[in-house]
Write a protein that binds this ligand. Sequence first.
Ligand code: ADP
Ligand code: MG
Length: 399
Amino acid sequence: MKKIITDLAVKGQKVLMRVDFNVPMKDGKITDENRIIQALPSIKYVLENGGKAIVFSHLGKVKTEEDLAKRDISPVAIRLAEVLGKPVKFINATRGIELETAINEMKEGEVVMFQNTRYEDLVEKKESKNDSELGKYWASLGDLFVNDAFGTAHRAHASNVGIAENIGEGKTAAGFLMEKEIKFIGGVVSNPDRPLIAILGGAKVSDKIGVIENLLDKADKVLVGGAMMFTFLKAQGKNIGNSLVEDDKIELAKELLLKGKGKLILPIDTVIVKEFNNDAEYSTVSVDAIPDGVMGLDVGIGTVELFSKEILGAKTVIWNGPMGVFEMSNFAKGTIGVCEAIANLTGATTIIGGGDSAAAAIQLGYADKFTHISTGGGASLEYLEGKSLPGVESISNKN
Ligand code: ADP
Ligand code: MG
């Protein structure tokens, strides 16, 4: 068990808070503030309990001098102050006397935020390579460390692992967002309520080999849709026309089919078209009757029924990857159908672990029907692969 923020005595303490403020920006404007909102519970907890919150995050990558201006995180500090309803003192540096003075002058319930941690990557990759001097320095600025940046947890950087290694025994805890991700995404692979049904889709088998392999071990059923279904269908010797396929993954798909016998369930029908276009004429055919010259862009209604039946008795569902090209309305029905089947479950833990699947659920209006929608793309994939995440590992254990 990992320590969580409520296990720390924050009153009067300088609490270093690694959050995920890696928000999309256009011309210096934040285009989606979801990550700022998601970080609020942990920051508010520290402030309401008399702590001093020193907040920081990476924002994109910093490789050149021009990136410094492009990746300036100060707009986030302005927005944070608005949504917190409190001043946020922004320090335009990642180290130095101005930052140190600002921190030392903090009173209980105040917030200091400093510049993009990846500014430390400009000359050599100090942040991203977990430079030991940098982790030690940042740790020296605070008394306690809260890591709430799940999206970075699959990387050992100075601002997560480096600080945790240097702040001292028992002084690092997971923030509320990190806690949720550990509980739900970690819970899928460690001790799920059964039956555990995994639904995998999306673009490529190659993106998700590790996830498929691990979930074939851990889940009771693995349902596969999306473009990756065609690599499996071709591995079974079926004609797939011009559907998206990874020919170099056919052998692997054969192995997985063998390993997953009785567990791995493939679509029985698909929606086909001649062109990749929402206006193209479409029809549904059996996966045994895909003609030449067409591509499958969605699973058919028969598959939605089959998958819905499998989902029905589930106690835990993990969904990663849309069933079809859901961005086009004529090829969104498979994704909608499966999304509905999961959303209608009662008494089950339902989790989405992929960026596009999350977007699909939100777009379809089902977001609040799920127990948990993961915020970490790469991190949740690696977690589902069964890998241990350095950012999570470095959090103190509960004693
Ligand atoms: P996630 O982000 O949820 O992990 P992916 O990034 O793996 O999902 O895949 C999402 C993409 O897969 C979507 O853009 C979708 O259009 C595409 N896709 C799904 N099914 C097909 C298909 N049959 N043919 C082509 N693209 C597909
Ligand atoms: Mg994606």
